[in-house]
Ligand binder design. Structure first.
Ligand SMILES: *[C@@H]1O[C@H](CO)[C@@H](O)[C@H](O)[C@H]1NC(C)=O
Ligand SMILES: *[C@@H]1O[C@H](CO)[C@@H](O)[C@H](O)[C@H]1NC(C)=O
Length: 301
């Protein structure tokens, strides 16, 4: 474990904090490995501190999983966060979890259906009404899965996934970029969430993998078109991350998958959020149109 020089708190104190926090989020048995990982996250957050101060951020799918972790991480770094989710109750719950350590941080929660142009435009309008500016950072974390073999997949199930994962990312990216361009904003960072499955495919996920490959293509094109407006667009490709989405995966499958991950474990939503924070911040100011795999080495190459 690397220690950061500015850390004054003892490891045992931090472990205690971690344990408490983990208990709040999960009634499950807590493993030493979980605590250790959470502890690393806590240290990382404390060390990284404040790269996003005064950055207004909207996170779709912010009510759970990776989206929620992104909201928490960004709030820790000083951003004002708009938690947007189709499930308004879960967005409200994320809002409750957000830190307000920095002056001037003002978070809010809003309901949105990313597959509806109306709803997305309403979201951006509401944000501008409240903050008098468009969000300069946007994380498209809204997404769903609906698995079935190609030979059995219903047309509706294909369409639904594409509508939310791909068209939703398009609508949100377009609405936020339009608002940034018309406001004459100096810079923006749009982050999309693809999937390692978009690259390598996965049995039973013809709809999901198509939508996620599409997100990568969309991101590269958006990067080319929006660079002249100071807007960067990048994609994160999560591997096998423990979220409500993967809760539905049977234990047997989890064991099999974990066995082929070089790092030997599933990822945490916070580890994807770390990559998003980098892409949102000026630390990545010369980076656009790329995809970062956050997958523990799964499907390297
Ligand atoms: C979310 O919070 C807002 C503001 O407090 C409230 O008006 C709304 O009813 C809440 N929504 C749900 C579904 O709990
Ligand atoms: C993908 O298709 C399957 C099978 O038709 C379906 O059950 C699933 O809901 C679809 N995925 C999504 C995200 O809609």
């Amino acid at each position: 474990m690397t220690f950061i020089p500015c850390m004054l708190a003892s490891r045992s104190f931090l472990l205690h904090v971690c344990q408490q926090q983990l208990c709040q989020h999960s009634a499950q048995l807590i493993k030493e490995a979980d605590i250790s990982r959470y502890y690393t996250t806590l240290l990382t957050n404390m060390a990284a501190c404040s790269r996003l101060i005064s950055r207004l951020t909207v996170v779709t799918g912010g009510g759970s999983g990776i989206g929620r972790a992104v909201c928490q991480r960004f709030a820790t770094e000083g951003a004002s966060v708009v938690v947007a989710d189709r499930n308004e109750e879960s967005a409200n719950q994320t809002l409750e979890l957000l830190s307000r350590d920095h002056k001037g941080q003002e978070h809010m929660a809003l309901g949105v259906d990313v597959s509806s142009k109306d709803s997305v435009e309403k979201l951006v309008t509401n944000i501008q009404r409240r903050y008098f500016q468009p969000p300069s950072v946007c994380v498209n974390a809204a997404g769903i899965t609906k698995d079935e073999f190609l030979l059995k997949m219903e047309e509706d199930d294909f369409d639904k996934v594409i509508e939310i994962n791909l068209k939703g990312t398009f609508l949100v990216t377009q609405a936020v970029s339009k608002a940034l361009v018309s406001a004459g904003a100096a810079k923006g960072s749009i982050i999309t969430v693809g999937s390692i499955v978009g690259k390598v495919g996965n049995i039973g996920q013809v709809n999901y993998s198509s939508s996620k490959s599409g997100v990568e293509g969309l991101t590269r094109t958006a990067a080319k078109e929006l660079s002249k407006f100071g807007i960067r667009c990048n994609c994160v490709l999560p591997g096998f991350i423990a979220t409500p989405m993967t809760d539905k995966v049977p234990d047997k499958v989890i064991d099999k998958l974990t066995a082929i991950i070089p790092m030997g474990r599933m990822g945490e939503p916070a580890e994807v959020a770390d990559a998003c924070a980098f892409l949102a911040s000026d630390d990545s100011r010369y980076i656009t149109g790329i995809s970062i795999e956050v997958a523990g080495g799964l499907f390297i190459g």
